[in-house]
Design a protein around this ligand. Structure first.
Ligand SMILES: [Zn+2]
Length: 456
C-alpha cells in the first residue's frame, strides 16, 4: 500500500474546542495552519486526530539464533500469523495511526539489547510504533520507556505468578511508567484450571489485583496504567484512588468487553447472537456479564475509563480452536467507533479523547518532539477520517465492499455483524492511505443526492 502525501486536509474536524468545518495546512507532516471555512462537501464525514491504540500484540519477534533450528521454525510460524508489517496495515485499515507494541515475546525485550533489537524490527511497520519493555523476574529498568507488568498465572517468561515474585520485582521499578495486566495469579490458580476462562478468572481476581497495584503505585511513585479493565468494581476502585492521588492512574477498555458479554447461555453480542462459538471469545480477562458491559460503556462515555484500546491478538482460527486467548481488532477500530457514536451516543469529541488525546497524553514522553493527539497548529498531521453515512459488514476474513482484513490472523470477532461507519482515509504525518478509494468514490456518488444541508 503506497500512501500519497497531502498538504491540505479539509472537512469537519474535532478540534479541542469542538466540531468545526476547517481547512488544515500541512508542512513536513505537521499541522502548520487551521482556518475555518463555510462549507464542506462531505455530509457526514468526520476528521479525528489520528487514533492511537495503547494495546497491540503485533507478533513482531526478533529472529532467534540460526544455530537453533527449532526456535527458527517456531519464529517462522509466528511470522505467518502476524508481523509488524501486517499489524501496521491492519492498524491503518482500521484508522489507527500509531500503536503501543506489547512485549510478551518468546525472547522478551527485558534488557537494553533485546529491546533495541525489537525497536529495529518495528521499523518495518508502516505506522509508528512505541515498543514496550518487558518486566520479568530478573529484569531491571534500563531507560525511560513504558514497561509492561503481567500479573497472570499463564506460565510465560513475562508473567509474575505470585505476589512474592511481584513484590520482589516491582520495587526495582520505582518512578517508572508501568502498564499492568491485573489479574491475581494466586486467586485464579485456586479456582483450578480447565473449563472456560470466565468461570476461573473471576471478577475478584481483577479488582483485588488492581487494589494491590494501587498500593504499590502510591508507595513507589509509578505512572500507572491499568490495561483492559473489565469489571465495575475495578473501575470504581481506580476512581476512588484518583480522588486523592498526586498522579492520576489511567485505564483502558477493549472493544470486546464493550460489545460482548457472557453467561450460562453463552456469548451475547450487542447486535444479537454472534456468528462464532464461545471458544472464539476466550480472552484474558474474560468476557463479563451484561451488567459489567453496560457499566463499562457508561464509564468510558462519562470519563471514568480513559481510553479505548484493542488488545489486538492475532491468533489464527486454528489457534483459537485450541483455546488461545484474545482476538484481532485493528482492522475494525473505525467501524467500532461508528457503533459507539451511532448506537451508544458517544459524541465525536469523546471519541477524540478516548482514542487520540488521552493515549497521546499517556505516551507523551515517548512520542518525540512533535506533539500528537489533538488537531492544533504544531501538532502531528495524523488523522482518522470516518464516513458515518455508510455501514460495513464483516464476513469471514473481509470487510464487505472494502477488501480483506489486513491482519494475517484473517478473522474478526465481528464476523457476520454489520457496524455503522467506515474508514475513509487514514493520514499519518501527512501520508494518506486510502484502502478503498474506488468504493468510497462510488458511495459518494450514491450519496450525492442526499440532504447535504445538515452540516452546512
Ligand atoms: Zn494484551
Amino acid at each position: 500500500v503506497k500512501p500519497c502525501s497531502a498538504d491540505e486536509i479539509t472537512g469537519q474536524a474535532v478540534l479541542p474546542e469542538g466540531l468545526r468545518k476547517v481547512s488544515m495546512e500541512l508542512q513536513s507532516g505537521v499541522i502548520s495552519g487551521i482556518r475555518e471555512i463555510d462549507t464542506v462537501s462531505e455530509v457526514n464525514r468526520i476528521v479525528f486526530p489520528g487514533f492511537i491504540d495503547l494495546h497491540v500484540h503485533a507478533r513482531g519477534y526478533v529472529r532467534p539464533n540460526v544455530s537453533n533450528p527449532e526456535a527458527v521454525a517456531a519464529w517462522e510460524g509466528m511470522n505467518r500469523k502476524e508481523t509488524f508489517e501486517s499489524a501496521g496495515l491492519a492498524a491503518i485499515n482500521g484508522g489507527v495511526t500509531l500503536f503501543l507494541a506489547m512485549p510478551n515475546d518468546p525472547t522478551p525485550p527485558d534488557n537494553e539489547k533485546s529491546y533495541e533489537e525489537k525497536r529495529e524490527l518495528a521499523q518495518s511497520c508502516p505506522c509508528p510504533v512505541v515498543v514496550m519493555g518487558a518486566v520479568t523476574r530478573s529484569s531491571e529498568p534500563w531507560a525511560d520507556i513504558p514497561y509492561k507488568v503481567y500479573l497472570d498465572p499463564v506460565g510465560s517468561r513475562v508473567s509474575l505468578e505470585n505476589w512474592k515474585e511481584f513484590n520482589d520485582v516491582i520495587a526495582r521499578y520505582a518512578g517508572c511508567s508501568l502498564f499492568f495486566h491485573a489479574e491475581d495469579p494466586e486467586m485464579i490458580r485456586r479456582q483450578g484450571t480447565g473449563g472456560p476462562r470466565w468461570k476461573t478468572r473471576i471478577p475478584e481476581a481483577e479488582y483485588r489485583a488492581v487494589d494491590r497495584i494501587l498500593d504499590c503505585t502510591a508507595k513507589y511513585g509509578f505512572r500507572t496504567h491499568i490495561c483492559h479493565v473489565s469489571t465495575k468494581k475495578a473501575v470504581e476502585i481506580v476512581k476512588e484512588y484518583n480522588k486523592t492521588a498526586s498522579q492520576r492512574v489511567t485505564t483502558e477498555v477493549t472493544p470486546h468487553h464493550l460489545f460482548f458479554s457472557i453467561s450460562q447461555e453463552g456469548v451475547l453480542a450487542a447486535s444479537g447472537e454472534p456468528d462464532n462459538d464461545e471458544t472464539m471469545f476466550e480472552c484474558n480477562p474474560p468476557l463479563r456479564t451484561e451488567n459489567d458491559r453496560f457499566f463499562l460503556l457508561d464509564a468510558l462515555l462519562r470519563g471514568d475509563v480513559d481510553c479505548l484500546a484493542t488488545d489486538h491478538a492475532p491468533h489464527t482460527l486454528e489457534d483459537k480452536r485450541k483455546g488461545a486467548p484474545g482476538m484481532p481488532h485493528l482492522d475494525t477500530v473505525g467501524l467500532f467507533v461508528g457503533w459507539l457514536m451511532n448506537e451508544c451516543a458517544f459524541p465525536a469529541e469523546r471519541i477524540a479523547q478516548i482514542l487520540s488525546e488521552k493515549p497521546a497524553e499517556i505516551l507523551k514522553r515517548y512520542l518525540g518532539p512533535t506533539p500528537a493527539g489533538m488537531i492544533r497548529k504544531g501538532f502531528s498531521g495524523s488523522f482518522t477520517i470516518l464516513d458515518l453515512d455508510s455501514q460495513s459488514t464483516v464476513t469471514g476474513s473481509e470487510i464487505l465492499h472494502r477488501g480483506p482484513l489486513r491482519t494475517k490472523s484473517s478473522w474478526s470477532p465481528f464476523s457476520g455483524i454489520t457496524l455503522p461507519g467506515s474508514v475513509y482515509n487514514t493520514v499519518i504525518a501527512g501520508d494518506q492511505y486510502f484502502f478503498d478509494k474506488e468504493c468510497v468514490q462510488q458511495e459518494r456518488q450514491e450519496n450525492s443526492h442526499r440532504d447535504k444541508s445538515r452540516f452546512q
